[in-house]
Ligand binder design. Structure first.
Ligand code: DHB
Ligand code: FE
Length: 280
């Protein structure tokens, strides 16, 4: 049987990808950000997962305003890094798992989540920057990836509670998958930031730190927050944090927070991450 063995969440900042690609990780500005991911790279070498269900958001890279899927599941054999305006990142092709994706599609639709199935999907910084942070510079990614893109760019976006329910349904679907896979679930986005409008530059470090402390042991308040609450506390783009709830809900009620890191600012964002394991 397939098993979800870890839940990981992190920010996904394009400038972190650029610093990584240009070999600037040891510069004073970036070093504290990248140092925070040394632990998880070692963790991944030990854990050696087979596949990551990677919940992120597209930033109008693959899905423009002509089609706005609320929940889009990547079912293709492979996913190319997207050109976000300055050429595709020089990172490996992302290999999919169409058999697991097909199973998830079936189970989630039976569970009344009306998924959009993506048989072609270029993946942007929301997916590739966390891969670089968790695995470093590699010739090939050491895992297969099933992308799950959540719409957080165009209202109406799904509620926090809906994301939570989706995560719980993913956990059920993985448990019903017969192959003996080591599966991780990731959520990327946030932390607090606002890239636009009167509050452009807004970062709420206190709210970020409270989130990192609460997401493992006490996620209920975040599940109950409205879209407006997210924008108010975390900024308009900080609302990307709802992807962390998909990850959290796919884990058991009781989890161990085995690693966390926070550094702000990183570009316009509080850069944070957590690694969770199910409690025995
Ligand atoms: C930034 C952060 C993001 O999550 C994003 O998608 C784009 C930009 C930033 O902080 O620059
Ligand atoms: Fe983003």
């Amino acid at each position: 049987m397939a098993r979800i063995t870890a839940g990981i969440a992190s920010s996904h900042v394009p400038a972190i990808g650029a610093a990584f690609d240009q070999g600037r990780t040891q510069e004073p500005y970036w070093k504290p950000v990248f140092d925070g991911f040394e632990w998880v790279k070692e963790f991944q070498r030990r854990e050696d997962p087979d596949v990551v269900i990677l919940c992120y958001n597209d930033h109008a890279s693959a899905m423009m305003l002509d089609v706005v899927p609320t929940f889009a599941l990547g079912c293709a054999e492979e996913f190319a890094p997207a050109d976000e305006g300055w050429g595709a990142r020089p990172v490996p092709m992302v290999m999919g798992d169409p058999v697991l994706a097909g199973h998830l599609a079936e189970q989630l639709v039976i569970d009344e989540f009306d998924m959009t199935l993506m048989n072609h999907l270029d993946v942007d910084h929301g997916l590739t920057v966390p891969l670089s942070l968790m695995f470093g510079k590699v010739e090939q990614w050491p895992v297969r990836v099933v992308p799950l893109a959540v719409n957080v760019t165009q209202f109406p976006t799904p509620s926090a509670e809906r994301c939570w329910q989706l995560g719980a349904a993913i956990a059920d679907a993985v448990q019903a998958y017969p192959a003996g896979l080591n599966v991780q679930i990731w959520g990327t986005g946030g932390m607090s930031h606002q890239l636009q409008g009167a509050r452009a530059g807004f970062i709420n470090q206190a709210a970020d730190r409270a989130w990192l402390d609460g997401i493992a042991a006490n996620p209920e308040p975040y599940r109950a927050m409205s879209r407006e609450d997210y924008v108010e506390q975390f900024g308009s783009e900080g609302a990307e944090l709802i992807m962390w709830l998909v990850m959290r809900a796919a884990m058991n009620e009781q989890v161990n927070l085995i690693h966390k890191h926070y550094h702000a600012p990183a570009s316009m964002t509080g850069a944070g991450m957590v690694v969770l394991e199910n409690a025995a």
